[in-house]
Design a protein around this ligand. Sequence first.
Ligand SMILES: Cc1cc2nc3c(=O)[nH]c(=O)nc-3n(C[C@H](O)[C@H](O)[C@H](O)COP(=O)(O)O)c2cc1C
Length: 218
Amino acid sequence: MSLFRLDASIMPATSSSRSLADLVEAEWRASHPDSAVTRRDLAADPVPSTAWADAVTSGFVEEGQRTAGQSEALALARGFADELIDADALLFAVPLYNYGVSQHFKTWFDLAYTDPRIDPTGTALRGKPATLVTVLGGNYAAGTPKDGWDHSTGWLRRVLEDVWGLDLRVVQRPFTLVGVNPALDAFTDTARELKEAAEASARAYGRELAARRASQGV
Ligand SMILES: Cc1cc2nc3c(=O)[nH]c(=O)nc-3n(C[C@H](O)[C@H](O)[C@H](O)COP(=O)(O)O)c2cc1C
């Protein structure tokens, strides 16, 4: 058994998404103590912003005519896809930034998605067990003033669950900026409850991730 873990927080020292993903990983490791965990840290090792266009345009030229950038981008995409395909379980930790998806994650996803094994016609990831941990500084729940402003969680679900076909569970922790931004002090109790609920979900999904097996051909 093997786990692939991806982190996208740009502030790893204080990261809430990392802490939650650590809980998921700890449960997975408890069940598979001798198994490998492959990690990719998109903040420490960002994907070059030119790589995606290079990989896409490489498809329009003969192999011998490709630029060095195009060949490097293809190799990078292949490596990303290998990491996903080779793992038995996947764990993604992705914060909300500027009301949208992390640019680090988007750049990584776009490049990995150029690999034909995991494009919409590919089946390599279908049914693979996965957990997404996502954190939001504010709260975008139904009825809140910013309901509808979180343009990250929905997109992450669409691409991981519907496009790649992963057997996905999602842990979401809103209000991580309570205790950091004094303007949110009134929400201290709510934020604590949301944190505890997210931690309980992370542990439960970690145990589940360890127990789940890939379902075939969804
Ligand atoms: C540059 C930047 C932009 C952010 N934009 C938003 C935002 O649009 N909405 C929000 O709710 N939180 C926003 N946040 C807060 C983060 O979502 C929050 O701090 C989260 O906990 C970060 O993930 P991490 O704790 O794993 O590092 C932003 C944080 C940073 C650093």
